[in-house]
Design a protein around this ligand. Structure first.
Ligand SMILES: *Cc1c(COP(=O)(O)O)cnc(C)c1O
Length: 378
């Protein structure tokens, strides 16, 4: 792999976060590892999460679930973004639980289970007010269908997702919780009692014990990042350890005079005589082009971005006294323990959220697994 940039993933941090969340939740934990484990590496994180005590894994795509099974992971796995036409037969044969949001998908799954000669395990997804996934206007018709038990379909779970779990006191949360209970009751009325009810994401896990039910689905917090800085505080406040450090090589260091234009569009000029560093990462690697106000950490200090981020590189103002030289590693973001920028800093510099910062790091950047001492793990 290329050595222009690396993601270092601290697996001890993930273990710590799983244990912390497990304790706060008081119910089994589903580790959300969709989108390549939020950019941290699907299989490595899946394994470590289970090792650290998570009971379930959750992914969006069926393909992601299959990769986990192929890697030999035996824990229960749910895939909840499985559109019509997906490889349902593979899912059933591989013991992958499927999130079912529509009558069409229910029929597809039932058919595949018939072909497999094996029961499909499903979790019914209900729309309790987010107006994204799950049963809404089809709910009545679906209940009618469910009155006829289907021998090949086993209803394991009922789940939904909060739209505003990070906002305490927001009325929509109570309304969603109420609707969830009503929809669970609708099922009970026709003799169906799923054993696993689940509603909470990271924010709800940290905030609202009344929504924990039988399982919580934690994503961002397991990676050590806060679901919402404003309402929940930062990682440290939540006793979470950010697992990802992104570092890149300095391609070049050059001395320039004050008032020198930098980059496409000459949108910035050097304020003083200074040294500039060219960092070997750009928007093709997942650095947001819009980012302004973040930067890198090298030689014991921060160096801010100057000018626009390019496709494969961006330029930072190292300062005239910097000792950094071409070939040095610089930290783009990390936990922040040494003063480096954090994913939260990059998020605010990009008008985005920490989720997007870590998730968008391109696969061409190698993932390296380390423990908390920074040593590599095999
Ligand atoms: C992504 C996702 C989660 C995890 O959300 P976080 O805010 O990262 O904890 C939970 N449930 C579902 C259905 C999701 O899609």
């Amino acid at each position: 792999m290329s050595a222009h940039a690396e993601v270092l993933v601290d697996l001890d941090a993930i273990k710590h976060n799983v244990a912390t969340l497990q304790e706060k939740a008081g119910v089994p934990l589903l580790a959300v590892v969709k989108a390549d484990a939020y950019g941290h590496g699907l299989v490595a994180v899946g394994r470590v999460a289970i090792e650290a005590g998570a009971h379930w894994l959750g992914v969006a795509l069926l393909e992601e679930a299959v990769l986990l099974r192929t890697a030999g992971i035996k824990a229960p796995i749910i895939a909840w973004l499985v559109p019509p036409g997906s490889a349902f037969l593979t899912a059933v044969k591989s013991d992958i639980d499927i999130g079912v949001p529509s009558i069409q998908v229910y029929h597809d799954v039932a058919l595949a289970a018939g072909h497999a000669g094996k029961k499909a395990r499903i979790h019914i997804e209900v729309d309790t007010g987010m107006t994204r996934g799950g049963f809404l206007e089809e709910w009545g018709a679906f209940l009618e269908i469910l009155k006829e038990p289907h021998g090949h379909v086993e209803i394991i779970g009922l789940f939904s997702h909060f739209a505003r779990a990070d906002e305490p006191g927001e009325k929509q949360n109570a309304a969603q919780l109420k609707r969830f209970l009503e929809m669970a009751d609708d099922l009970n009325q026709i003799g169906i009692e799923p054993s696993v009810l689940h509603l909470s994401n990271s924010a709800a896990t940290l905030m609202d014990a009344s929504a924990h039910f039988d399982l919580v689905r934690t994503g961002i917090a397991m990676y050590g990042l806060s679901p919402d800085l404003q309402h929940l505080g930062n990682s440290k406040h939540l006793d979470l350890r950010p697992a990802m450090t992104l570092r890149a090589k300095l391609q070049l260091v050059k001395e320039v005079l004050a008032n020198t234009p930098v980059g496409y569009g000459a949108t910035a000029f050097t304020p003083d005589d200074t040294k500039l560093g060219v960092v070997a990462m750009g928007y093709a690697d997942g650095i947001p082009r819009i980012a302004q106000g973040a930067g890198i950490y090298v030689d014991g200090k921060r160096a801010p971005i100057i000018g626009r981020v390019s496709m494969d590189q961006f330029v930072v103002d190292l300062g005239s006294d910097s000792l950094a030289k071409a070939g040095d590693w610089v930290v783009v973001f990390g936990p922040g323990y040494d003063g480096e920028y954090t994913a939260d800093d990059w998020a605010s510099a990009s008008h985005s959220i920490n989720y997007e910062i870590v998730t968008r790091i391109n696969p061409r950047v190698s993932r390296i697994y380390v423990n908390s001492d920074g040593n590599g793990v095999v």
